[in-house]
Design a protein around this ligand. Structure first.
Ligand code: PGA
Length: 256
């Protein structure tokens, strides 16, 4: 059984002070939640302070991006070993904002994934179609390309430990989330391809989470879809109560 995985993607929001205050507030609220994996991805300046504030708790920490080289003349970039050194255990790779605004491609996603895995970080790799692609009925073809090229060269063991976030680009920050049917179809397709290309064991262990306008009032419907293993939450993760509510509502029914 895959434990539900709920990650907060804070994007470029929150100062160090605000990030640490959030963690100090939510930490006691979630201390008894052992049936959901909770991860926070703050801006880079707050990664280490959030690691410290979350120390010895059940809250994991992610960076939102990284570069694939170990070190070098790459002004403005940080490497996977540098992120690892902060104590963060996860890194988001290939978010659609990185693809759309900063020129990332399946090829760069693949290089970053390989470097993250070599540094023993757990990647949260984002895939998903744009509105144009959905309207042209290319969704499944786009997902196939993103999986094939993005995950190229990874082993079954890598896939087993990976978090794949299906985030339809048209649903991110728009208040318009995929219907359970649309999400269900995409997630089943992704799981099927992972099974076909990396084997059943890897596909069964890999977390495939949903992202795009997830809120407290839609998480239960989304989390109850068979192949949805949790969520990557942007806007609604910035508020402590809202994020806590999302975590609570994604718990396996028996435990709530
Ligand atoms: P959103 O963002 O929840 O604000 O739509 C999700 C994401 O970008 O990961």
């Amino acid at each position: 059984m895959r434990t539900p995985f709920i990650a907060a993607n804070w994007k470029m929001y929150k100062t160090v002070h605000e990030a640490v205050a959030f963690v100090k507030e939510i930490r006691p609220m979630v201390k008894d939640v052992h049936d959901v994996e909770i991860v926070i991805a703050p801006p880079l300046t707050s990664v280490r302070p959030v690691v410290e504030a979350a120390h010895a708790s059940n809250i994991g920490v992610a960076a939102q991006n990284m570069y694939w080289e170990r070190e070098g003349a790459f002004t403005g970039e940080v490497s996977a070993p540098m992120i690892k050194e902060t104590g963060a255990e996860y890194v988001i790779i290939g978010h659609s904002e990185r693809r759309g605004l900063f020129g990332e491609t399946d090829h760069t996603v693949n290089r970053k994934l390989t470097a993250a895995l070599a540094a023993q970080l757990t990647p949260i790799v984002c895939i998903g179609e744009t509105l144009d692609e959905r309207e042209r009925e290319e969704t499944l073809t786009i997902l196939d390309r993103q999986i094939k090229e993005g995950l190229d060269g990874l082993t079954a063991d890598h896939i087993a430990g990976l978090v794949v976030a299906y985030e339809p680009v048209w649903a991110i920050g728009t208040g318009r989330n995929a219907t359970p049917q649309q999400a269900g179809e995409a997630h089943a397709h992704i799981r099927g391809r992972l099974r076909q290309w990396f084997g059943g064991l890897a596909a069964d262990q890999c977390h495939v989470i949903y992202g795009g306008s997830v809120k407290a009032d839609n998480i239960r419907d989304l989390a109850s879809i068979p192949d949805v293993d949790g969520a990557l939450v942007g806007g609604a993760s910035l508020d402590v109560r809202g994020f806590f509510e999302i975590i609570t509502r994604s718990r396996p029914a028996a435990a709530v």
